[in-house]
Write a protein that binds this ligand. Sequence first.
Ligand code: ATP
Length: 220
Amino acid sequence: MKLADKQFAVIGLGRFGLSVCQELQDSGTQVLAIDLNEDRVQAAAGIVTQGLIANCTNEDAVAELKLSDYDMVMVAIGSDINASILTTLVLKEAGVKSVWVKANDKFHAKILQKIGADHIIMPERDMGIRVARKMLDRRVLEFQPLGSGIAMTEIVVGAKLMGKALSELPLFHDQGVQVLGFKRGSDVQASPSGEQTLEIGDVIIIVGPESTLVTRLKSL
Ligand code: ATP
């Protein structure tokens, strides 16, 4: 299915929900933005395909919106934890295939997990981790926790690694670690060979257990 044929819905149009709407819409997908509050729906109207006022803790409202036909539904309700949990439950019971939910804290996340949320995001925590990693190590371009203890990172090759082959990096052989890609200037290779030699400025894209990546990044 092409991205343009995918249908997304975002429930809760605070700063987070609106920025999700904006990015999805800019990427060419169809986005339905929903909020209880008319002013928030108005604010989203200029951004998304369609905006609707609805209370998504209400089973009938969710059935009427046919949200189960959507490819992904994001619950971006923050301050009202009860509404966030109930909305998630109603969506899962209505058969929505993929429900992504913003959680405020670990406790909120745990409940969401128990009631079947498919993906949980903790924006402040996730962003805090990414910023700290960048502060600690300027060789790390990106550090993205993906959930379940797995993360993706992009590192820039410095003088210490220059001339080495990818397979000489210990993390190349670590359990669960995959080198997904390799960038040199505008050239990008997926699944590069271990024989690829490194030059200063090359970028290596890696996915693997967060704890392994953090340990290895310290020793690079
Ligand atoms: P931000 O995203 O701005 O950091 P936040 O996550 O605290 O903040 P809120 O300001 O709480 O977000 O915004 C959540 C939005 O969700 C509000 O606009 C609110 O009207 C909406 N909302 C709350 N309950 C429901 C519900 N049952 N159905 C639909 N929308 C809801």
